[in-house]
Design a protein around this ligand. Structure first.
Ligand SMILES: [Zn+2]
Length: 179
C-alpha cells in the first residue's frame, strides 16, 4: 500500500515537473522549468505527501484538513520563489512586493500544469481562468501581480496555450501590469 503511494506520488511530481518544464520552455524560461519544485523530493515534503496522497488534488489540502496545517506546504512556500506566498511579509511596509519576472512566469506555468495534470482529459483551456477567478479573491497578493495572472489566463482561455506562452507576449503582459 505504502510503496504504491510512494511510486504514484513520485510519478505525479515528476510528471508535473515535466509539464512545467515544457511550458516554461515555451515561455522562454527553461532554467526555471528545470529547477521547478525540487524541494518536493525533500523528506519533509515527500513524507507528508505520501501520507496524504489522493491523486485527484494536492495532498497539502488533505494535510490541512487533518492536522490543521501542512508542514510540507510551509517548507515548500518558504523555499520556492514561484509561489506568491513566498513574497508575503505582513510586517513590512510593502507586504506584497511584485514578483521578479522569471518567478512570475514560472508561477503561471505551474498553475496551468497543475490544472492539466489533475483535470486530465477533462481539462479545457478555459479551466485555469475559472479556477483562478475563485482563487484570487482569497489570495494575499499584489494587485498588479493578480492582473498579470488574470491577463495571461484570459488569453489562454481565448487563444490556447501555444499562442499565449511565448517570451515576447508574456514579457509584454508583465511590463503592462508590473513593469
Ligand atoms: Zn511549487
Amino acid at each position: 500500500m505504502e510503496i504504491k503511494k510512494v511510486l504514484k506520488h513520485l510519478k505525479l511530481i515528476t510528471h508535473h515537473k515535466w509539464v512545467v518544464f515544457k511550458l516554461c520552455c515555451k515561455a522562454g524560461e527553461p532554467w526555471r522549468g528545470f529547477l521547478h519544485d525540487f524541494s518536493k523530493y525533500s523528506p519533509t515534503e515527500f513524507k507528508e505527501s505520501i501520507k496524504y496522497y489522493v491523486g485527484t488534488h494536492s495532498p497539502i489540502m488533505e494535510a490541512r484538513k487533518d492536522k490543521g496545517y501542512s508542514e510540507a506546504w510551509l517548507h515548500h512556500k518558504g523555499r520556492n520563489k514561484h509561489h506568491v506566498e513566498y513574497w508575503v511579509d505582513d510586517r513590512a511596509p510593502n507586504p506584497t512586493p511584485i514578483m521578479p519576472y522569471k518567478y512570475a512566469v514560472e508561477m503561471v506555468c505551474d498553475k496551468i500544469a497543475a490544472g492539466i495534470i489533475y483535470q486530465g482529459k477533462n481539462w479545457t483551456k478555459e479551466y485555469e481562468l475559472e479556477y483562478w477567478t475563485k482563487e484570487k479573491e482569497k489570495l494575499e497578493m499584489n494587485e498588479k501581480m493578480k492582473n498579470f495572472v488574470t491577463e495571461v489566463l484570459e488569453q489562454v482561455a481565448k487563444d490556447g496555450i501555444d499562442k499565449t506562452l511565448n517570451k515576447k507576449n508574456i514579457q509584454c503582459i508583465y511590463k503592462r501590469h508590473c513593469g
